[in-house]
Design a binder for this molecule. Structure first.
Ligand SMILES: [Zn+2]
Length: 319
């Protein structure tokens, strides 16, 4: 994928927009048929101001990214909009079924029709943000796509997504793949009200909390990573615990579903060198019945991953 490829290609080829609706930013990209990113646009997320503000910002990001790619919502080559949104999403209706407290008023929002109404009635396809991250990682990289994969998003919380038999697994809820809320890895409290979940150890919020508990000092996850890199033993331990439990959760998912590839995304995964040794040890201690090994790697698309995956989702749903 060539980021920010020639703008002229938008004049003739079919193009799609993808929008990442998150708690800190709204990020839109425009891609062509070969998943070249023609343009991007980003603004701070108004998540704290409610659904209308979020939808308005998403629509504006689409208009800006299309203008930067040389198109408009009414352009004949513009095929549709994909959305990767925070929360548990009903992908058929494009509706938010549940959302965290950082998104007041987001639950119940009908993203697909509301965004279409703001964008000249264009087709819109909506799914969960980690699902879109996984789509982007599997189908935008140019590799032969694997058919069974897992994404673990280590952000403020821990999200997950599953690709099974070549298709995203939504489950009956939907809400399949919520790997952050499985396991009993210890007694640390989880945001969901239970204890010992993966999110209790491997989210940015948990890493910060556990560092403070161990050191008596306040630091966010990024600062804990810096301190771990400098040899702070508490910081090193907190990241090693996170890596150990991520490895165990991946091993469980692989044993259950025959996963071939696990991709780690989210801001905490940027501390890959701090997580990898313990994670690999944990995986090695839990060999699969088949004896095969599982590939685990950091996400490649960086901050564009969710938006690019959403654009690919639009390409499959809105053509
Ligand atoms: Zn939980």
């Amino acid at each position: 994928m060539n980021e920010l490829a020639s703008e002229s290609s938008a004049q003739t080829e079919q193009i799609w927009a993808g929008v990442d609706i998150g708690g800190s930013k709204i990020l839109a990209v425009c891609v062509d048929e070969n998943t070249n990113v023609l343009a991007r646009a980003q603004s701070p997320s108004p998540a704290a101001h409610g659904a209308t503000a979020i939808l308005d910002a998403a629509a504006e990001a689409v208009r800006v990214v299309l203008a930067r790619a040389g198109g408009t919502c009414r352009g004949s080559n513009f095929q549709g909009i994909g959305v990767g949104a925070a929360g548990v999403i009903d992908p058929e209706a494009g509706t938010v079924l549940a959302a965290s407290g950082s998104f007041p008023g987001w639950t119940g929002t009908k993203i697909t029709p509301e965004l279409a109404a703001r964008c000249d009635g264009l087709p819109v396809a909506t799914d969960n943000d980690v699902n879109m991250l996984l789509l982007g990682e599997i189908f935008a990289g140019g590799d032969t796509p694997v058919r069974h994969a897992l994404a673990v998003a280590l952000g403020t919380g821990v999200g997950g997504a599953l690709l099974v038999d070549g298709a995203l697994l939504h489950g009956g809820g939907p809400g399949a793949g919520e790997i952050g809320h499985i396991g009993r890895f210890g007694d640390a409290p989880c945001t969901c009200g239970q204890i010992g979940h993966l999110e209790s150890y491997a989210s940015g919020r948990s890493i910060a909390r556990r560092y403070t508990e161990g050191s008596g000092e306040q630091a966010d996850a990024a600062e804990v990573a810096v301190r771990a890199g400098a040899g702070d033993p508490v910081a090193v331990r907190v990241f090693a615990e996170a890596g150990t439990h991520v490895g165990a959760a991946i091993a469980d998912a692989c044993g259950l579903l025959g996963i071939e590839l696990a991709v780690l995304g989210g801001g905490v995964a940027g501390a890959w060198p701090l997580l990898e040794p313990a994670m690999k040890r944990s995986l090695a201690e839990r060999p699969l019945l088949t004896g095969r090994s599982v590939e685990v790697r950091p996400a490649r698309l960086g901050e564009l991953g969710i938006a690019v995956g959403a654009a690919l989702h639009a390409r499959s749903k809105c053509s």
